[in-house]
Write a protein that binds this ligand. Structure first.
Ligand code: ZN
Length: 328
């Protein structure tokens, strides 16, 4: 039986938000919107992980590939970021996961209204979004010369969410997903195992990261607006300086061997994919440029230039390593 399930990584945006929130003062004018975005992003990520676990327990009697956080990145087709894509020789299924709480009212106009704690918010309609991704994926299959049926479903992880106006519109709770997939698995197989393997590989190839501005570029936040300091890599807490060489975490008591490495990762995820000694001094608050230079070299990140002109870099592969080490 052919079966591919790729590992879900923490979204880059969530990884960056968790780093930004610890460096942004509660008095910063954008603190509240960053805090709200972090809350939404954490809820979205935990909802998607929950649906991953539901999918893992579903029996598939046919070959299948499951792609968490599938990014369709193909020339001439609009970019699409699908929460979960299930691909089989009989069908493809676009799963849009919405871990929204409170009361969710689906309007006929493509607007969705959330009411929670007496606050009413207008949200992008997940039905419209899932339909759009479904059509883009259909176009992609056409581009590859096949007419493969694509279905879509919007899934709310927990039945504690109250759904209004969702009946008959492809919106369901996680507990309904096994039955939905069981029914789809009865559809006739439209390709042999070689063709299925070949298309699965093409889906893996087309699943690429989008190039986006870093979080602080999106918010227009400068490095000087952030809180200075060096952080524990385990606890999200600022280290304190024990002596001229050693920094210690007040929570886990670990003595950091390289207090600057976390600062470099902050810079790479919040500002830019290259960082200088001056940048690190600004963000870490460590003023001794020789000590910073020593730690930066110890970080193992590749560099170009010499002495004061030295610049350290990070590439997309290394960024993925940060993410795969942080799946909490
Ligand atoms: Zn710690």
């Amino acid at each position: 039986m052919i079966f591919i399930q790729l590992k879900r990584e923490m979204p880059k945006s969530l990884f960056a938000l968790r780093r930004l929130i610890r460096r942004i003062s509660i008095n910063h004018p954008q603190h509240n919107s960053i805090h709200q975005e972090l809350y939404n992003s954490n809820a979205g990520y935990s909802g998607e992980k929950y649906i991953d676990s539901v999918l893992k327990n579903i029996h598939f009697p046919i070959p299948h590939s499951i792609f968490p956080n599938f990014r369709l990145c193909e020339k001439n087709i609009p970019s699409s970021q699908i929460d979960i894509l299930v691909f089989t020789p009989a069908y493809a299924l676009v799963i849009e996961v919405k871990n929204w709480s409170g009361s969710i009212s689906f309007q006929q106009t493509g607007q969705t209204i959330q009411t929670k704690d007496s606050i009413v918010r207008s949200m992008d309609c997940p039905i419209v979004q899932a339909e759009y991704y479904k059509e883009n994926l259909k176009d992609w299959f056409h581009l590859k010369g096949i007419n493969h049926p694509v279905h879509r479903v919007v899934i709310f992880p927990y039945a504690s969410t109250i759904l209004l106006g969702a009946e008959g519109r492809g919106v369901h709770f996680a507990k309904e997903l096994p039955q939905i997939i069981r029914n789809l698995n009865k559809l006739p197989l439209l390709m042999n195992s070689n063709e299925f393997n070949s298309l699965s590989k093409k889906l893996i190839d087309v699943n690429k990261s989008f190039k986006r501005n870093t979080l602080c570029q999106q918010y227009g936040i400068l490095p000087s607006e952030l809180t200075q300091g060096v952080y524990c890599s385990h606890c999200d807490i600022q280290l304190y300086k024990k002596n001229s060489r050693h920094y210690v975490c007040p929570s886990c008591s670990i003595v950091s061997e390289n207090p600057v490495k976390e600062t470099m990762i902050d810079w790479f995820t919040l500002f830019d994919s290259h960082v200088t000694n001056k940048d690190v001094r600004l963000l870490s608050g460590i003023l001794d440029s020789y000590r910073v230079q020593y730690y930066m070299k110890l970080s193992g990140f590749p560099f170009t230039g010499r002495n004061k002109g030295r610049v350290y870099h990070v590439n997309e592969y290394e960024k993925l390593l940060f993410l795969s080490n942080n799946t909490k």
